[in-house]
Design a protein around this ligand. Sequence first.
Ligand SMILES: Cc1cc2nc3c(=O)[nH]c(=O)nc-3n(C[C@H](O)[C@H](O)[C@H](O)COP(=O)(O)OP(=O)(O)OC[C@H]3O[C@@H](n4cnc5c(N)ncnc54)[C@H](O)[C@@H]3O)c2cc1C
Ligand SMILES: *[C@@H]1O[C@H](CO)[C@@H](O)[C@H](O)[C@H]1NC(C)=O
Ligand SMILES: *[C@@H]1O[C@H](CO)[C@@H](O)[C@H](O)[C@H]1NC(C)=O
Ligand SMILES: *[C@@H]1O[C@H](CO)[C@@H](O)[C@H](O)[C@H]1NC(C)=O
Ligand SMILES: *[C@@H]1O[C@H](CO)[C@@H](O)[C@H](O)[C@H]1NC(C)=O
Ligand SMILES: *[C@@H]1O[C@H](CO)[C@@H](O)[C@H](O)[C@H]1NC(C)=O
Ligand SMILES: *[C@@H]1O[C@H](CO)[C@@H](O)[C@H](O)[C@H]1NC(C)=O
Ligand SMILES: *[C@@H]1O[C@H](CO)[C@@H](O)[C@H](O)[C@H]1NC(C)=O
Ligand SMILES: *[C@@H]1O[C@H](CO)[C@@H](O)[C@H](O)[C@H]1NC(C)=O
Ligand SMILES: *[C@@H]1O[C@H](CO)[C@@H](O)[C@H](O)[C@H]1NC(C)=O
Ligand SMILES: *[C@@H]1O[C@H](CO)[C@@H](O)[C@H](O)[C@H]1NC(C)=O
Length: 634
Amino acid sequence: MALLLTVLFPLVSASVSRSVPIAAQTVSSSSPAGVALFPGEAVQLTAAVLSTLSAELGEEDASLFSFGNTSVSVEERKCKLLPGDADWPDDKLWETFDALLGGALIRTVPLAAACYASWPEYNAAECDYVNANWTDSFMHASSPSSIMWPLFEGRTCLPTEYGDSCTLGGYSSYAVNVTTIAQIQLAVNFARNRGLRLVVKNTGHDFNGKSTGKGALGIWTHNMKDMEYLSEYQLDSYSGPAVKMGAGIQAFEIYEQSKQYNFTAVGGEGESVGVAGGYLLGGGHSPMSSVYGLAADQVLAMEVVLANGSFTTVTHASDPDLFWALRGGGGSTYGIVTSVISRVHPQVGVTVSRGSFTSANVTADAFWTAMRAWFERFPEQADAGTYSYFWVLSLGDDEFEFEMAPFFAVNHTLAEFETLMAPWYDLLAELGIEYTPTTEYYDNFHDAWKVGFPLEEIGIPTMMEGSRLFPRANWENATLFNQTLEALRTTITAGYPLLAFNMKAELQAGYRDDSANPAFRTMLMHAITSTEWDSNTTNAEIKEQMEEFTFDVLQAWRDVCPHSGAYMSEADILEPNFQQAFYGDHYDRLYALKKVYDPKGLFYAPTGVSSEDWVVDSADGLPDQNGRLCRKLE
Ligand SMILES: Cc1cc2nc3c(=O)[nH]c(=O)nc-3n(C[C@H](O)[C@H](O)[C@H](O)COP(=O)(O)OP(=O)(O)OC[C@H]3O[C@@H](n4cnc5c(N)ncnc54)[C@H](O)[C@@H]3O)c2cc1C
Ligand SMILES: *[C@@H]1O[C@H](CO)[C@@H](O)[C@H](O)[C@H]1NC(C)=O
Ligand SMILES: *[C@@H]1O[C@H](CO)[C@@H](O)[C@H](O)[C@H]1NC(C)=O
Ligand SMILES: *[C@@H]1O[C@H](CO)[C@@H](O)[C@H](O)[C@H]1NC(C)=O
Ligand SMILES: *[C@@H]1O[C@H](CO)[C@@H](O)[C@H](O)[C@H]1NC(C)=O
Ligand SMILES: *[C@@H]1O[C@H](CO)[C@@H](O)[C@H](O)[C@H]1NC(C)=O
Ligand SMILES: *[C@@H]1O[C@H](CO)[C@@H](O)[C@H](O)[C@H]1NC(C)=O
Ligand SMILES: *[C@@H]1O[C@H](CO)[C@@H](O)[C@H](O)[C@H]1NC(C)=O
Ligand SMILES: *[C@@H]1O[C@H](CO)[C@@H](O)[C@H](O)[C@H]1NC(C)=O
Ligand SMILES: *[C@@H]1O[C@H](CO)[C@@H](O)[C@H](O)[C@H]1NC(C)=O
Ligand SMILES: *[C@@H]1O[C@H](CO)[C@@H](O)[C@H](O)[C@H]1NC(C)=O
């Protein structure tokens, strides 16, 4: 570019590996959180930078990057722009934007474009790689636009075995590879001022495809990888160890750090999940939840870019409402979190046990007697601080399989674990069920987690999921307990796999309340199931199958706990009354706060707070992101 910039703002040190935005200034790194901003957090868009921009670009172009001004009421567009619209930025404007960002703008290309001759990226070797690695979450996490649930992309640009055509579909059109606050502020202001759809993509794990959208400008937070262990952190009434994590930190990274510094963190089981992004913003359950509650509960401070482009430190003291709403109210709703400071806990030993059995040598009734006894154990197991992740599957012909994958007995020695399990193991033996799990004790969380949770496969384009949080009340009433087991048995027998977690997630004494789904607080089981179709199933048939799954199969689960809810991040995209299911009685307050912090609806995510005010007109009629996003106007 010819412009840029006569004024030389101090730039971040050249040794830091990040692209340096040109429209930026390095500000003081002091933060009300009491911990210095990360280097990239101190690189910000300021009024001084904006006035330089006016001189360089002219008022009109520069105003595209200015902060939101709530005192001016701008007439709102009904719909967000798509490429081809008259107001869609031309190439020159995208170039200017890229220059201001310091070259961090990426024109997105679907991974599987390598498999399609219609794309310049067509390349047989690359296609082989993409096909072979499609179910590997790390491949999608390291793409600026790819998500792990292809359903939401629309049925396009899939690996070779699933499709024969390739368009961008529901993927964002551009993504900014952000490592500084200034880049996020430029993108937020540009999208808001120009009327572009904005998405925030971290890893792309969300079960409802919340980090993608057709024609969107994406903010890709994956490379915000700073992390700092704080051995003695003090804020609010907390005093103790904590960790400050950049938005792109993934579970495996915090766990590696936890081994190095000898602490335990509340993170997810899945190693590639983004700990400081959508996971924690939506609640976040963990192998440690029965002991310490949700990941959202651990948060003490956050650095955030708001919808108006302002950067702010959010703590209970600075802004109790926003602090409450961000911790559990869902990703991509109130702002873009650039880092969080979370409590961490003393190192702990864990006994991990994995194994499986089938009904092959016994009757189905004996198998279900074993299952009844298993489920009966849930209050005792959760109250002992343990967590288990298990599958129950139909093998057809009235045969079944149980898989413990794994039992994660936090703070239990081998002997304590065997004592805990003895009554159930005795019953299995009595029933003639052979169960010989591999069980081992580790003196630290990291090593136990590493063995306990092999990387899960993602990316199946021909399926959808649904889930339910089952409350303790269902264990406290014998009639209701029987109805609960019956509902699960019916689902499994009909061929829908059960993947469930036995855990609890109570808010710990002395912790600040947050907006996480109240159904988490009474939960003893988070249960997930799914439905699949063939790659040649028609859109109309898929729609019908999805509706049957949601309104018939999963209704049986809702019927036994109608006042409970479901976990927004591992949920059914068609969940009826999602406001109640995902947010419970926090919804009205969350909605009111959305109108305060994002009155113009810059942040949209399917099933997010206030998403009922919007509609996506998808190309294939399925509930995906391959279509224009518009407001519903009366
Ligand atoms: C294999 C697998 C294992 C999982 N294991 C667990 C588990 O153990 N426990 C658990 O609770 N969940 C688990 N999940 C669910 C997971 O928590 C959600 O998918 C969650 O949304 C992931 O957040 P993310 O930031 O990594 O992903 P993304 O899909 O990229 O983001 C999710 C949402 O958060 C928004 N977002 C992301 N980063 C930010 C940010 N910095 N600021 C604002 N908004 C942001 C996105 O816009 C999107 O709306 C698992 C999912 C999978 C597929
Ligand atoms: C994103 O930015 C990081 C840090 O600057 C860089 O290492 C990485 O190569 C970039 N990725 C892409 C896809 O541009
Ligand atoms: C907001 O816009 C008004 C009217 O154009 C202007 O007077 C005011 O200075 C602006 N405020 C900010 C913070 O930009
Ligand atoms: C990824 O693809 C390569 C090349 O085909 C293959 O060697 C490798 O095993 C794949 N990795 C995974 C995790 O599937
Ligand atoms: C790690 O922490 C545990 C629990 O606080 C403690 O018992 C142990 O001695 C620590 N180990 C090291 C190497 O510091
Ligand atoms: C069934 O019993 C046979 C004979 O005792 C044994 O070899 C086999 O492992 C058992 N199968 C299962 C699934 O328990
Ligand atoms: C582990 O259990 C013991 C009691 O057996 C308890 O005193 C201790 O606080 C527990 N530690 C953790 C980290 O939960
Ligand atoms: C629950 O089911 C068990 C096993 O079928 C049965 O023995 C028990 O009587 C039932 N309890 C109630 C309250 O229905
Ligand atoms: C137990 O559950 C059944 C079935 O939902 C319900 O009819 C009954 O009233 C409940 N009993 C108590 C004491 O709550
Ligand atoms: C669809 O695919 C399945 C297997 O993938 C095959 O059995 C079936 O015949 C196909 N149906 C049609 C209509 O092509
Ligand atoms: C941006 O929004 C926040 C929260 O509503 C507000 O406190 C702040 O003053 C706004 N910034 C500007 C420049 O208007």
